[in-house]
Design a protein around this ligand. Structure first.
Ligand code: NAD
Ligand code: ZN
Length: 389
């Protein structure tokens, strides 16, 4: 089959690779019909995630048709159309039982690699380096999925791939990012970053009852999308964000602030990325303001800073004094996709949200290398690329 593989820092390519096979009786093989490129994939492209190997198949946002199931799989059958959450849940451990599926204890066979960095390992993730399990990803014609009974969600036939694809990651991620702000009636939520995650955070903040959302980025087409979703916007290259947020909130600051940026190669890459293999920390230089720092500074006293943006290693110059003295709450994590999926599917069925509004590019798998570079540099108005293998 054909698959998009990591070939080194800033190099991805489509290669012919062996078809995936069932390895466990709980596995299922999915023929991928749609898959997307995520801001998290850019951290792999940029080389910020350790333990990538040439030939690793990327992609953790994918869906398709079940073409083969292991003998212990009961909940899905050949022919079913399914979406696949990016974190892998065993469905049985203490964390999965509590709905904390991105913290599953049993789905990361390489947990030891991550424990040195983080104390404990999070769940396995498709197409996301060897520290999260070394699973082949879904930017390919076929993918092996594991613990199929706990991870494959059947989707209604009358919904298109594009309507449900983002339930694998970014819609739940935006939703958890907003939910973590514990939104109360009248609340103002500020969202740093108007990429796909930030845009779903805006939609979700309104679903959860926010009165106003203020969105921050520097790309006009992304800010325009944010406005179409009902947000007020600030271009951080033109306006001092801290002051602007104060003015827009009567001097108090937003009740909740979301960092939907995380590590960004040419933006907020301040601090360091820990390389588990070399056991060193690579310091990243920042040209622009750091979203997490700005979020902490901008949040009102007693408010919440929610961090769906992905970080890998150490971050320097985070204003921990402001964090403590303003009595802030911080909430973060890889998204517990499984927990939010049924609610968000209903929102799509009811027409409360149209996930397709963020799609700017539809391409074949062979165009994936071009799509990665376009998405990384935000060229051609690129917000979200969907690939059809
Ligand atoms: P993206 O690269 O398309 O969007 C990031 C946006 O942030 C860009 O539009 C960029 O211009 C903007 N930005 C950069 N610096 C900024 C600053 N200082 N202030 C305001 N905006 C700034 O990526 P995406 O797909 O939207 O993903 C965003 C983040 O969410 C990434 O870090 C990604 O890894 C993370 N993510 C997390 C999860 C999770 O489970 N927690 C899941 C998916 C993605
Ligand atoms: Zn993703």
């Amino acid at each position: 089959m054909k698959a998009l593989v990591w070939q080194g820092v800033n190099r991805v390519g489509v290669e012919n690779v062996p078809d995936p096979e069932l390895l466990q009786p709980t596995d299922a093989i999915v023929r991928v019909t749609s898959t997307a490129i995520c801001g998290s994939d850019l951290h792999l492209l940029d080389g910020y995630v350790p333990s990538m190997v040439h030939g690793d198949i990327l992609g953790h946002e994918f869906m398709g048709e079940v073409v083969e199931v292991g003998r212990e799989v009961k909940n899905v059958a050949v022919g079913d159309r399914v979406i696949v959450p990016f974190p892998i849940s065993c469905g049985k451990c203490w964390f999965c039982q509590k709905g904390l599926t991105s913290l599953c204890d049993n789905s990361n066979p390489n947990a030891k690699l991550a424990e040195g960095m983080w104390g404990h390992s999070p769940a396995g993730i498709y197409g996301y380096s060897h520290i999260t399990g070394g699973y082949a990803g879904g930017q390919a014609q076929f993918a092996r999925t594991v613990f199929a009974d706990a991870n494959l969600f059947k989707v209604p036939k009358n919904l298109s791939d594009e309507q449900v694809l983002f339930l694998t990651d970014i819609f739940p991620t935006g939703y958890m990012g907003a939910e973590h702000c514990d939104i109360q009636p009248g609340d103002v939520v500020a969202v740093f970053g108007c990429g796909p995650v930030g845009l779903f955070t805006i939609m979700s903040a309104y679903l959860l009852g926010a009165e106003r959302v203020i969105a921050i980025d520097r790309f006009p087409e992304r800010l325009e999308l944010a406005r179409r979703l009902g947000a007020e916007t600030i271009n951080y290259e033109e306006t001092e964000v801290f002051e602007a947020l104060k003015v827009l909130t009567g001097g108090r600051g937003p009740d909740g602030v979301v960092d939907a940026v995380g590590l960004e190669a040419h933006g907020t890459g301040i601090g360091g990325v820990y390389d588990a293999v070399k056991q060193t920390t690579r310091v990243l230089e920042s040209e622009r303001p750091h979203a997490l720092r700005a979020a902490i500074m901008a949040c009102r006293k007693g408010g919440t800073v929610s961090v769906p943006g992905v970080y890998g290693g150490l971050a320097d110059k985070i204003p921990v004094g402001a964090f403590m003295n303003k009595g802030l709450t911080m909430r973060t994590g890889q998204t517990h996709v499984h927990r939010y999926l049924p609610t968000l599917l209903n929102h799509i069925i009811n027409g409360d949200v149209d996930p397709t509004v963020i799609i700017t590019h539809r391409l074949g798998l062979e165009d994936a290398p071009h799509a990665y570079h376009m998405f990384k540099h935000k060229h051609d108005g690129c917000v979200k690329c969907v690939l059809n293998p």
